[in-house]
Structure formats: C-alpha cells, structure tokens
Design a protein around this ligand. Structure first.
Ligand code: SF4
Length: 377
C-alpha cells in the first residue's frame, strides 16, 4: 500500500513521493480505498480463492506522516476482502523525524509489527549533501521513540556512494548502527548504493562526474565493508543489500525475490497478479482523477517467468532452489549449464549445496555477469 506524502522531496528521489500535498491526503485515501475495493472485487470475481495475506507493507513516501485514522481506514478497507494471516508481517515505512512515541504506539495497536526507518547515514554532512531533511540527532531520537513505544522489530535503511561520503565516514555510520543494535531491537538492516533519478536536483550540485562521489573501486570497498561489518555483528546477509538477525528476514521482500504474486495499491504501485505485472501511473494528478488511467500491463510468459525467477533468486544468498526450479520450469539447470557452472565454480564465483546454487561473496560484485551466463537459451 503506497502512501506518497513526504515532508520534503529528497534531492535524489525518483519514487512517487510528493511534498507539500498534505491538504490532499483525505482525498487520496478515498481514491486508494476505491482502488482497493475495485481491484479486489474484480479479483474475487475471476478467482474463487479466499485471499490470505502473509505480509502487508505500508510504504512510500512516508506513511509515518499519515494520520492514524487514515491508516485504520485503509487496513479495514483491505480486510473487507482479505484475511491477514495470524502471523502477518505488517511493516510500515517512515522517516525518523516523523516518529513520535505516541504515534509509534498507535502503529503497534494497529498491528504494525515491523518498522522500517530510513536513516540513510549518521553523518549530518552527507544527509545535507544528498538533500535529506533530517539530522543524525533526529535519527537517533526517532529510533529511541519507536523503542520506547514498544517496537521490537526495527529495520534501518542506509545508503552508500553518497556525495561527500568516504569509506571512513561510511564505516562510522555502520559502527553507529552496530552500536545501537547491541542494546536496541534493531533486527534488520538494508543498505543500497545511491541511485540518482534522471534530472534529480542533486545532479545540479553534484553532477555524476563530481569528485565528491567515490570511484568504482571505492564503491566496491564500501559494499565489502558493509558485508563484513554487519556479518561480524551478527546480521546475516540474506540478499545482496539486506541483512537480518536470525528469523528477522523480511518475508515481504522475499516474496518479490521468489517471484511470487503480490497485490499493490496507490500512486506508482507495481503488482504481480495471475502472471501479469502491472503498474499504476506515477502522476499524482492522474491517479487522483482515475486510479487506472495511464497504468501499464505486461503479461509474463513462461520464459519471462523463468528468467525473472533465476535472476531474483540469485540475489538471495541462499540462492536458487534447484528442485523448485526444475518443478516450476521442467528444466535441470545443472545439466543445461554444466559447463558455465563448472567455470564459475572454479573462479570462486558460485557454489553448489545439495539443494541450491548460490553466488559467493566474491561473486556478488559481478552478479549481473554471472546471471547472464546462467540464463538458459
Ligand atoms: S523520504 Fe523517501 S520517499 Fe520521501 S522523498 Fe525522501 S527518499 Fe523519496
């Protein structure tokens, strides 16, 4: 469920996220409820199966800014059509400075059992350079408020490859995250390399060739430091950019990487239902006029599904389940790609367990080229 409102548009951001539209929030939630009702009614007409959700992700934007009654309204709209499984992983995404203890408590009452907080960096100079509107002290205060309210499953998001960021400053940020995780219930950490939207305002201050960014070797060094630091601190890397304490992997994200179906609602939302990937418009005004206007649809054929399944599964450290793959696509990858796998194994880029084909830590930095070699013709 996508809630697109933000207190400020970060200077690199390409999401369907908008600042200064708070006045239109009530109207947005009405359209969102209409979309949920229409799409799920149509789904139920075509498919007689009961809808049971294993996960619910309220993302954005900054859903942490939404009023609690609006979130209650959205959840109850959804529950008219779906049952949330008893252990449904229910996440809410927020910026740290949108958290207050009272709000965080309300989220718990609503059933939010996983809080994902966008910290990005603990260095004020980097936050300012990338055009965020929060500071290190606000980040710490937000995390502490969530903990005081009773949240026990907190995920922190970071970014690397930021302007003005050095390997040493990134190490400092990671050290701070690890220090907090020693005594706070931080169970999960994500860290993504900075991706800058085309025409992003950040490029005016820091063009792509600016010396304020680390070079390619520096970027790889940051990634390697990330993996080493978090694994040493007991966070297992279960996907290229995601780390979790035992049992706290994001079930929601694993659904994507296993190439399984999911619904999605809201401006810019993408879904995968009955073999069709579809996406809503990213334009706020178009969505508000008609949630389906400008949406795109792509039916994924068997071959496309096979390629996607292979690519997504290899992002996960546990890798591709070879038996599942054979059952799903009637293909024995080990025989079909015996030569390529033998070479990759010799180079230390992949490894085989009894059940899975995995990309090694060394292979992670050249993951795309490995996947290219494993795609079947
Ligand atoms: S808070 Fe997140 S979604 Fe909102 S503008 Fe910044 S990066 Fe984009």
């Amino acid at each position: 469920m996508h809630i697109p409102f933000c207190s400020h548009k970060c200077h690199f951001c390409d999401f369907a996220a908008f600042a200064g539209l708070e006045a239109r929030e009530p109207e947005y939630f009405q359209v969102l409820a209409r979309e949920i009702t229409t799409r799920l009614t149509d789904f139920q007409k075509e498919n007689e199966a009961e809808i049971v959700l294993d996960t619910l992700f309220v993302g954005g934007g900054t859903p942490g800014l939404a009023r609690i009654d609006e979130l209650v309204f959205m959840k109850s709209t959804l529950e008219q059509f779906c049952t949330l499984s008893p252990d449904c992983e229910t996440s809410l995404e927020t910026t740290p400075h949108a958290i207050t203890e009272a709000k965080a408590f309300d989220w718990l009452q609503l059933g939010i059992n996983r809080l994902s907080i966008g910290i990005e960096s603990f260095q004020d100079s980097e936050l300012k350079a990338m055009g965020r509107d929060h500071s290190r002290s606000q980040a710490l205060a937000g995390i502490e408020a969530a903990v005081r309210a009773g949240h026990q499953n907190i995920s922190l998001d970071f970014m690397y490859g930021l302007p003005e960021q050095t390997l040493a400053s990134f190490k400092d940020t990671l050290r701070e995250a690890v220090r907090l995780a020693e005594y706070l219930p931080i169970q999960h950490i994500s860290a993504y390399g900075l991706e800058i939207a085309v025409n992003a305002p950040l490029l005016l201050r820091y063009p792509r060739d600016s010396k304020a960014y680390v070079d390619e070797d520096g970027f790889v060094a940051m990634f390697e430091t990330l993996v080493e630091t978090l694994e040493e601190a007991g966070f297992k890397q279960y996907e290229v950019s995601n780390f979790a304490r035992e049992g706290f992997e994001s079930r929601h994200n694993i659904t994507y990487w296993k190439n399984e179906p999911y619904f999605a609602f809201g401006v810019g939302a993408h879904r995968y239902v009955n073999g069709v990937r579809s996406a809503n418009t990213k334009s706020f005004n178009v969505y508000m006029r008609d949630f389906d206007e400008g949406s795109t649809r792509e039916a994924i054929d068997h071959r496309g599904e096979e390629m996607e399944t292979l690519m997504l599964a290899l992002r996960m450290r546990r890798g591709l389940d070879l038996e599942d793959f054979q059952k799903r696509f009637q293909k024995d990858l080990l025989s079909l790609k015996a030569k390529e796998i033998a070479i990759l194994k010799k180079e230390g880029l992949v490894q085989l367990s009894d059940t899975h084909l995995q990309i090694t830590r060394k292979g992670l930095t050249v993951m795309n080229s490995i996947i290219g070699k494993l795609l079947t013709g």
